[in-house]
Design a protein around this ligand. Structure first.
Ligand SMILES: Cc1cc2nc3c(=O)[nH]c(=O)nc-3n(C[C@H](O)[C@H](O)[C@H](O)COP(=O)(O)OP(=O)(O)OC[C@H]3O[C@@H](n4cnc5c(N)ncnc54)[C@H](O)[C@@H]3O)c2cc1C
Ligand code: SF4
Length: 324
């Protein structure tokens, strides 16, 4: 670990003030619970001169419900998400995913916004300064080579946040507040397939609210992940499944993945199962389809082939369970 660098800490009390502070210090970084950011600072991965602490922005901490659906502030902690009765009963996979993040102490401080804006991770990047320096760094920061795909000019670091897939299967939308105002976009559009730059946020944009639609409230869903240490670890592979059945056949199926691509990915082709009774053959087909779309690379100590097998197995098992 490195010493903490000298930085100036700002503590705004509103989202507008936070964004204004960012426009005055454009290289500043937002910090919410700090459970990921502070580790990255101590490893020298982030070297901020200005940190904008969001913990006094009370408007980010509300969970409200109206006729449109549920609205969760980006500053709501993961413990509050997993313990919220409305979320547990109506958006089960979201509560399960929040409860699967790291360990309980991280969930007490870690926020939903920080989880969704988590940087991508790689075995060759999330290391100490001296370790990365002795490997000539890598494309993601200060280096010229990718140690995962040598010769390549792309970064394959994996998005490893647990909660995004569960929100994606419920078609969540997000509010982003920036210097040019507020915009609302589907959560899926907040990500792109690039380990170097996986968020489509504009400079200084702050994630403020996550919206879950009422139309899908109560639709059964599950989230499960594979990890090395059961008590505290990022997903090697994680799958969220939402499944509505009618008269023994699929009415609506959505699957999303984490840990196996640089962005949380919605699985394509799930509409093809509408009207299907989900027998062993179609579940096997679904598993193989998930495996084809997952593209894990050598970004963890666990081999890509294993993570691809696991992600297919998780998606198949959860779908079968939900189908009853
Ligand atoms: C040992 C360990 C194990 C972990 N295991 C897991 C795990 O299993 N699963 C998992 O998902 N995560 C894991 N994490 C990472 C982290 O604890 C969680 O993802 C947590 O939810 C991050 O939230 P935070 O509020 O602490 O974010 P911070 O660390 O404060 O911020 C994370 C990133 O989000 C940005 N950010 C924060 N809020 C906003 C906002 N409102 N708008 C725009 N940008 C924002 C920050 O600038 C930063 O880049 C682990 C961390 C550690 C140290
Ligand atoms: S995938 Fe390559 S460029 Fe990206 S963090 Fe890993 S080693 Fe670096």
């Amino acid at each position: 670990m490195e010493y903490m660098p000298n930085f100036q800490l700002h503590r705004p009390e509103s989202a507008a003030e936070a964004v204004k502070l960012h426009s005055e210090n454009t290289a500043a970084l937002y910090v919410a619970g700090g459970t990921d950011m502070i580790v990255n600072v101590r490893r020298g991965i982030e070297q901020p001169e200005n940190l904008i602490d969001l913990s006094a922005v009370t408007e980010l901490k509300a969970i409200t419900e109206d006729k449109e659906g549920l609205h969760i502030g980006a500053g709501v902690t993961l413990k509050e998400v997993s313990g919220n009765e409305h979320i547990v009963s109506n958006y089960q996979a979201v509560a399960e995913a929040a409860a699967a993040v790291a360990g309980i102490t991280h969930q007490q401080y870690g926020t939903l916004g920080g989880n969704l804006c988590l940087d991508t991770r790689c075995l060759f990047y999330n290391q100490s300064e001296w370790w990365r320096q002795s490997n000539d760094y890598c494309l993601k920061a200060r280096g010229e080579t990718c140690h995962v795909a040598s010769g390549g000019k792309r970064c394959f670091a994996a998005f490893s946040g647990d909660v995004a897939p569960s929100l994606l299967v419920y078609q969540a939308e997000v509010d982003l507040v920036g210097p040019e105002g507020t915009r609302r976009i589907p959560l899926a559009e907040m990500y792109q397939n690039d380990g170097l730059d996986h968020l489509t946020l504009k400079p200084g944009e702050l994630l403020t609210v996550i919206h879950l639609p009422k139309a899908l409230a109560g639709c059964p869903s599950r989230y499960e992940k594979a990890r090395i240490r059961g008590s505290i670890d990022y997903p090697l592979a994680g799958a969220a499944v939402r499944l509505e059945m009618a008269d023994g056949n699929v009415k609506d199926l959505a699957i999303a993945l984490t840990g196996v691509n640089p962005y949380p990915q919605i699985v394509k082709g799930t509409d093809d199962y509408a009207g299907d009774a989900l027998d062993e053959e179609s579940l096997d087909k679904l598993r193989d389809n998930v495996r084809k779309q997952a593209k894990p690379m050598k970004t963890t100590t666990v081999a890509p082939w294993y993570r691809r097998r696991v992600i297919g197995a998780l998606a198949r098992r959860l779908t079968a369970e939900l189908a009853g």
